[in-house]
Design a binder for this molecule. Sequence first.
Ligand SMILES: [Zn+2]
Length: 436
Amino acid sequence: MLDLLIKNAEIITMDDAAPIISDGVVGISGGKLEFVSEFLPDSYAGARRVIDARGNIVMPGLINTHTHTAMCVLRGFADDYRLNEWLFEKIFPVEARLTREAVVAGVRLGIAEMLASGTTSYSDMYSNEPASAEVVAETGIKANLSNGVIALSDDFVFENDRAWRELTTLAKNWHGAANGRIRADAAIHAEYTSPPWVWEKEHAIAAEYGLVTHIHLQETEKETEECRQRHGGLSPAEMFLKHGIFDTPVLAAHCVHLSETDMRILAEKHVTAAHCPVSNLKLASGIANIRSMIAHGINVSLGTDGCASNNNHDLFEEIKLAALLSKGTTLDPTAIPAYEALKLATVNGAKAQGRENETGRLKAGFDADLIMLDVHAPHLQPVHSPAALAAYSCRGSDVCLTMVQGKVLYEKGEYKTIDIERAIREVHELAVPLVR
Ligand SMILES: [Zn+2]
């Protein structure tokens, strides 16, 4: 007896062996995918719940590989500034005032937004991550959590720093917790916010616990050029390489201003580039050349970045924009086809998180992390190609069901693990007064 059977579905498996299954079935048991196929297997002996998809699209849950979830409390607070002014004069001072309760309220709201728009796993970099881990455990989503170390003063002591304390707590208490839904990531905020000796300490912890290291990399031209001036012509990527940071898996957000050498380094060291097209456009940082990155063999995933620079967590916007920007900047409409664009937010995201054998594809034995897109709206008819529809026509609001490890967390406007009215009220009570 299965826990759940989904029938009459247009399935985008993201498994290259059979990428699209028309009018197919998905069987789920014990949080895992039992089968993803055209017909019911002979062994089928009923299911506790049967969902008739009525031709809706079923696909892997999306993976947001770069965000600062709690920043949704800053949505619309500081827009239309230059990155340096935005970060140092607007964002950092407010963030210094945010309490643990304010961050927790923001994380819960951000997770609600992600679940409702089809995200089943995210990579976060922020403060109060052990408290965020409790919200991740309670809401049922998956997350790689990190607190990026920032060391701007000369008397910085790594072992007294909050980022170090949070990282060790995450690594010891939360890595692999909640049935593997939570993973700890090490994190270096960026080349320009800490010295090499601090990176090396962070890297040592990543190596000790087997963690991915989440960083910001070459988001702006200024960041890249100032690094070259400080370090005898070396770029941030060359500096991280020199200090051994790429010797363990690295997830590098942005990668907008990469040289040919930088691209070769990232490819050779298997660094994932988390492309954040909306954030890069909004902060006018530039447009990352993901076609060239992919041609170099770099794993490219997608991120929304925080909601203060996006201003939402809707990965469908990033999928479409990633494909369109690539086409527009190369003058080649074949640059990133629809299916490739979907890969960025699924298969490649899973790889970025160290979850490539667990999620990102609908395949027997994988976790049942999936979403359903209601295609009965006018803007989604007719369905000639499920992949083109998902990549170019769908919005986050077309998601009608979100499931992680076989558990339905969101269905037709209803949150199964979040009291949404309370979540919004808490953001207004606990966070908004500290922002203004
Ligand atoms: Zn960021």
